[in-house]
Design a binder for this molecule. Structure first.
Ligand SMILES: Cc1cc2nc3c(=O)[nH]c(=O)nc-3n(C[C@H](O)[C@H](O)[C@H](O)COP(=O)(O)O)c2cc1C
Length: 360
């Protein structure tokens, strides 16, 4: 079966076509430094063809949620080195997901500073998980052009740090309503300058960040995650198909390794004016880079997806969270552990490094 067969991605050879998608676990310390349990967590999952880390903050300014790791301070980089060395020693590959939360943050966990976002438009209809419990979102501060330029440099520096820390590449988190996707959506971007208004203006930020990452670490080590029809984070686009089609056409002009395409989830219905199309069929077929399909796959549906020959890899989130040896379980058609939602974000070893493998 294709899923268990080898694959190449940029200059990497993956031992199977199963990728672990990025999952925030909120187990870093207050300085954004990961510890020994994080080393263990990723090492346990090193039989994946490749792993994406949880989203990692590119700067202090990028902070949205408590206990999430960073990759801008020397002690953060040193801590990640332990993770990459252990994963490589177990024959695994690991790519750092680079994160700026934009308006999806709260001043409580930002030293009292309001989040920066394309426009002063808060997320509505949801609350934010802060260190003081669930809070309504605040109205963010509109990011200036000088701050946009600084943010792009921060992405570049974080990518450089990630390579120094031993990661096999970097993925721009441009999905799920964080800063890059906020630029694409009218519900977050009402700018009238070069970064808002027309579709080319709205996609400018994403393209500039991608160019920076490619310039800094080389395109074979760079990818991007997109979630075109996923409304999480109050993402509402007037023309989601037109915007993402244009973005993909422009991304096709850049030289980088892959696009991870996340489909919408039944738990977050799209706005009524969104098309019903399958995102992999609609967008994946237009993508020049390697496509990694994501969201909601199990063994059978992942294999069916690969048979369509649009995506070359499938990424799994919750299944890898609960099953450290997922490739082995798929190979043997073994029973799967069920994920515990209560321990997904924050806490200690429980629900993090105690999911059993078959031979434990
Ligand atoms: C606990 C948890 C944390 C997540 N954190 C991130 C994240 O940091 N970055 C990201 O791109 N997606 C994140 N996601 C989304 C997953 O990467 C994935 O896209 C989603 O779970 C759908 O895949 P699945 O159906 O295989 O779980 C998270 C999902 C879960 C369950």
């Amino acid at each position: 079966m294709k899923l268990l067969g080898k694959a190449t991605l940029g200059k990497l050879t993956l031992k199977n076509s199963m990728v672990m998608s990025a999952m925030t676990r909120s187990r870093a310390d207050l300085n954004g430094v990961v510890g020994d349990t994080t080393v263990q967590y990723y090492t346990q999952r090193a039989s994946a063809g490749m792993m994406f880390t949880e989203a990692i903050r590119i700067s202090e300014e990028a902070t949205g949620s408590p206990l999430t790791p960073g990759i801008y301070a020397p002690e953060q980089i040193t801590a990640w080195k332990k993770v990459t060395q252990a994963v490589h020693a177990h024959g695994g590959l690991i790519v750092a997901q680079l994160w700026h939360t934009g308006r999806a943050g709260h001043s409580i966990d930002r030293n009292g500073k309001l989040p920066l976002a394309p426009s002063a438009r808060p997320i509505t209809g949801a609350q934010h998980f802060t260190s003081q419990g669930a809070k309504d979102y605040e109205t963010p501060q509109e990011i200036t052009v000088a701050e946009i330029q600084q943010t792009i440099r921060d992405y570049g520096q974080a990518a450089k740090n990630a390579i120094e820390a031993g990661f096999d590449g970097v993925e721009l988190h441009a999905a799920n309503g964080y800063l890059p996707s906020q630029f694409l959506a009218e519900s977050a971007n009402q700018r009238t300058d070069d970064y808002g208004g027309s579709i080319p203006n709205k996609v400018r930020f994403v393209l500039e960040v991608m160019q920076e990452l490619i310039d800094v670490v080389g395109g074979d080590k760079v990818g991007i995650k997109l979630s075109p029809f996923h409304p999480y984070g109050d993402m509402v686009l007037d023309d989601p198909t037109g915007t993402y089609t244009y973005l993909i056409e422009e991304l096709n002009k850049l030289n980088f390794a892959y696009v991870e395409l996340m489909k919408r989830s039944p738990y977050f219905p799209s706005p009524a004016h969104y098309p019903a199309d399958d995102e992999i069929a609609l967008f994946g077929s237009r993508i020049k880079q390697t496509v990694i399909a994501n969201a909601g796959y199990d063994k059978a549906s992942a294999e069916t997806e690969l048979e369509k020959d649009i995506a070359k890899l499938v990424s799994f989130g919750t299944l890898f969270l609960a099953n450290p040896d997922l490739p082995k379980r798929f190979e043997l058609d073994a029973e799967l552990n069920q994920p515990d939602r209560a321990t997904m974000f924050g806490g200690g070893a429980q629900g993090y490094i105690d999911y059993p493998s078959l031979n434990n």
